[in-house]
Design a protein around this ligand. Sequence first.
Ligand SMILES: Nc1ncnc2c1ncn2[C@@H]1O[C@H](COP(=O)(O)OP(=O)(O)O)[C@@H](O)[C@H]1O
Ligand SMILES: [Mg+2]
Length: 330
Amino acid sequence: MTGVGALQTEAAVLEVRGLKKHFPVRTGLLRRVRGWIAAVDGVDLVIERAGTAHGLAGESGSGKTTFIRTLLGLTPPTAGEVRFWGRDVRGLRGADLQAFRRRVQIVFQDPTGALDPRWTVGRAVAEPLRVHRPDLPEAERRARVAELLEQVGLLPEHARRYPHELSGGQRQRVVIARALALEPKFLVLDEPTSALDVSVQAQILNLLQDLRERLGLTYLLISHDLAVIDFLCERTSVMYRGRIVEEGPVARVLARPAHPYTKALIASLPRMEAGRLPEPQLKAGGTAPAGGCPLAPRCPAAQAVCTREDPPFIDLGGGHRARCHFAGEV
Ligand SMILES: Nc1ncnc2c1ncn2[C@@H]1O[C@H](COP(=O)(O)OP(=O)(O)O)[C@@H](O)[C@H]1O
Ligand SMILES: [Mg+2]
């Protein structure tokens, strides 16, 4: 098939190439720029197929939130390209930009901060409809709100409640209902269960799984917890200091992690059967050597080459690759 239409449908859902976001570090009374923080430092990430879920793992401060803010155009990139369904998001204007804003929605970690305490649940869920579909008659808007509440496991009566009358899990359901109001195709989930009790986390993860299947949604799921990514995702990327250090099918990455950083993330997962705390796998702190691997000062497996040369990605087959000099030796 040829032609622009065919190209659009065959394009990856999301394609990120060489994305960078550097923040200036300012100090002193004159707020001079003393250096730069490479919060996102050359990220490639591709989600090929619609209806799949891709994880992005990494500890706090690794650049996950900055990555998604840059991805969604909420902050301009320092460099790189972002394509959703084959189209560069920076080129979008007018009606195309409006359509993009409807198709891609984000759910943040903290449902309490995401909801205005003075607004009823019904008003919060109806807000995107008011903004994007002002022509919709009041009765239809109400019916749509009731339908959305039902979709996330709430009752029509919840529309009259205020956020403080709900549990944390119910609040996150409201946030998800609001994100679904405009029938998006793609959801970015930034630590969607991290603020919730463990028992509630599982319910929200089940809801997200169910919605993905019923609505054919594609997810980019950000989490510091690989167990959450394992539950929902087919593939995952692992981020350390603004760079992807490993990626592949989730089952493979978990069973045979090839990067010392991924191994440490897995070791940090609470394990029921172990009955003991995991052994620390990474050393604390340390300054990354110029030109070398950023993990070298913390890495238990570091050799002389690691402080001299920044490792390239090593292809491990089956869509699995890792950025470590010794990735091929596991
Ligand atoms: N607006 C900003 N200005 C300066 N530095 C920032 C800004 N936002 C984030 N950072 C820095 O970028 C790095 C990555 O942060 P973030 O993206 O929030 O990581 P994560 O979501 O993985 O915890 C951190 O060192 C953080 O301090
Ligand atoms: Mg974050």
